[in-house]
Design a protein around this ligand. Structure first.
Ligand SMILES: Cc1cc2nc3c(=O)[nH]c(=O)nc-3n(C[C@H](O)[C@H](O)[C@H](O)COP(=O)(O)OP(=O)(O)OC[C@H]3O[C@@H](n4cnc5c(N)ncnc54)[C@H](O)[C@@H]3O)c2cc1C
Length: 479
């Protein structure tokens, strides 16, 4: 019998189309499938309970999938380099395989693992997490793409690998000691959020529901805040419960002749790859602005305003609904993410990194590359070619993307009785209406924290000073 190969699961919690796992399956008769609970990740201040809960459920599903194929998941807890060294000695494994990550933390950890295992066994990393490998697509000049549309066109101009099915059988060495997966409480976390079910089975079910019933309305419906117009697949893609190539081909095959809806959805999958390759090529974005001039923005960082934003008590209903959606579900609609991020940075003049951290703490799909890309996009410090004077008016955004106020009412009980006429600006209600609709401003629901027009002018001045340019004429006020 050949010596086994260890497959180290990290952000690839699936059996389907798993590049490193399939390579191990092809090369060895037995596989040691391990997941290492790493306290260095659990202790990070932005590791939130929602993501840990989703992870644990995904691991349970992975174990079930493996047992159905004759194997089982081996959970371990500790430092990955130490745990893997033990496991190599214990199993006499010939190699450790894993799928590559792009985060600086993961790259440093993987370098430690390679150093520790050098001379003991082979260590191989595989490209798996995107439609394309993060370093594979470059401009004609050989530089990384920093603008989305040409990057998207370059991705679409080349073949995307077809997904490959899960190994038919998985043989795990029978005499291996393993502990049960820890519970959320054992890891020191608790959450009251209502999260989607974790795991590969739930991912595949959601993908097929979306392809069958949601994709055909995606281009027109994706921005409507009150309807489920998007796939809801982000936590699954985040943890690798779903292969991005499986998602891509499902959309392509649903519309072999092409369709604006499938194209729009595939563009979103490419945004995901785009930000992965930005983080891969420019790891400095983890801590600083992609556009360096904006590292020195003189944020006001009012702590009370930050607290009000986090709690969904700014007095701007669309912002508050979105922030409460995040707290109660561990997810937020993409349009809402853009609105609240613009509001934090350009109305409250608070550093985007504060918002990024809060999102990371609560999102089940929290992902450094996408979250950082989204925040830097909203704060105009990132790759986006649009200048900083794109400032969302939160009230206008609410009226446009939640016209009847259904999203607002779903997430803000205090506003449930408020009629459509005032739902986006409840502070404009006369006092008798406030009383009649059980929403007295200042006691039941807050008055607006700021004046949007005034804050917008301040933001323009702030960004104008940092970029060294004059403030664009005609943009000094209004909104
Ligand atoms: C400020 C801000 C923060 C964000 N933080 C995250 C994050 O931490 N994790 C995350 O996965 N996405 C993040 N996004 C991107 C986007 O909001 C979510 O991916 C999307 O809302 C997930 O819902 P869905 O699965 O229904 O998306 P769909 O519309 O169905 O899109 C399909 C998939 O494409 C990917 N995707 C879609 N939009 C983007 C995007 N703009 N950037 C990168 N990938 C995208 C996601 O994996 C998503 O599941 C952020 C966006 C903003 C503006």
């Amino acid at each position: 019998m050949t010596r086994p190969i260890i497959h180290w699961f990290r952000r690839d919690l699936r059996l389907d189309d798993n590049t490193a796992l399939l390579a191990a399956y092809a090369a060895a008769e037995a596989i040691v499938p391990v997941f290492i609970v790493d306290d260095a990740i659990l202790r990070r201040p932005d590791t939130g309970a929602n993501r840990v809960a989703f992870l644990l459920e995904s691991l349970r599903d992975l174990d079930a999938g493996m047992r159905a194929r004759g194997g089982r998941l081996i959970p371990r807890r500790g430092q990955p380099e130490a745990e893997l060294a033990w496991l190599v000695a214990e199993t006499r494994a010939s190699a450790v395989y894993f799928n590559l990550d792009v985060e600086p933390f993961a790259l440093a950890r993987d370098a430690r693992v390679r150093a520790r295992l050098a001379g003991r066994c082979a260590v191989e990393g595989f490209e798996d997490g995107g439609l394309t490998a993060p370093g594979a697509i470059k401009t004609k000049a050989g530089t990384p793409y920093t603008v989305f549309t040409p990057y998207k066109n370059a991705v679409l101009a080349q073949p995307i690998a077809r997904p490959r099915p899960a190994p038919a059988a998985i043989r795990t060495p029978p005499d291996l000691a393993s502990e049960p997966l820890p519970t959320l409480a054992e890891l020191g976390f608790a959450t009251a959020a209502i999260l989607p079910p974790g795991g590969e089975s739930a991912a595949r079910a959601r993908l097929s529901d979306f392809i069958r019933a949601g994709l055909e309305r995606y281009a027109t419906g994706r921005d409507a805040l009150a309807t489920d117009g998007t796939s809801g697949l982000s936590p699954y893609l985040r943890f690798g419960c779903l292969s991005p190539r499986r998602a891509y081909w499902a959309a392509r095959e649903a519309f072999p002749e092409g369709s604006p809806d499938a194209d729009a959805w595939i563009a979103e999958l490419i945004w995901r790859d785009f930000y992965r390759q930005i983080l891969f090529h420019f790891p400095r974005v983890e801590t600083g602005a992609f556009k360096r001039a904006y590292d020195d923005l003189a944020w006001e960082n009012n702590p009370e305003w930050l607290d009000r934003w986090r709690a969904g008590r700014t007095g701007f209903p669309i912002v508050d609904a979105a922030m409460r959606q995040l707290l109660t579900t561990g997810w937020m609609h993409n349009r809402a993410r853009m609105i609240v991020a613009s509001f934090l940075t350009k109305d409250l003049l608070i550093d985007w990194r504060q918002g990024e951290r809060h999102f990371m703490t609560h999102l089940a799909d929290g992902d450094l590359a996408a979250n950082n890309g989204g925040w830097q996009w909203a704060a105009s410090t990132g790759t986006d070619a649009q200048p900083y004077f794109r400032i969302f008016n939160p009230t206008a955004q609410g009226k446009k993307f939640d016209p009847a106020g259904d999203y607002i009412r779903r997430h803000i009980p205090e506003l449930r009785a408020v009629p459509e006429r005032w739902i986006h600006e409840p502070a404009r209600m006369p006092l008798d209406a406030q009383r009649a609709f059980r929403c007295v401003i200042g006691s039941d629901y807050p008055a607006p924290l700021v004046d949007h027009g005034r804050q917008r002018a301040k933001a323009l001045a702030l960004y104008g000073r940092a970029s060294g340019g004059p403030m664009p004429s005609g943009l000094q006020s209004g909104g």
